[in-house]
Design a protein. Structure first.
Length: 98
């Protein structure tokens, strides 16, 4: 399953597609968790490290790395080439929005 992540910003900036993740998941919940984990800056910046399953879709003009995915970001999980489910990262878990 593919997951597209849109970063939303609380400071009025325009939302942007940050990444597309090719997950090995067989269900939506696994796909969401996998994509969230792949876009975390724990020991290094996820957006500056090359991964076969992560496509970085946005670059900051000043060259700084992208932030981690977080509460309020939108995750679109593609269950087929034409169908998807959209979720918002909530304080605990996921909330389906489309």
């Amino acid at each position: 399953m593919k997951v597209s992540i849109t970063f939303n910003n609380n400071y009025g900036a325009v939302p942007y597609t940050a990444a597309c993740i090719d997950t090995p998941a067989t269900n939506v919940q696994e796909a969401l968790e996998y994509a969230f984990n792949r876009t975390q800056n724990v020991f290094y910046s996820w957006s500056e490290r090359e991964h076969d399953d992560v496509t970085v879709c946005h670059y900051n003009a000043d060259g700084t790395p992208l932030r981690s995915s977080m509460v309020g970001d939108e995750f679109a999980v593609f269950t087929s080439d034409y169908k998807f489910q959209k979720f918002i990262c909530d304080r605990v878990g996921w909330k389906e929005i489309a």
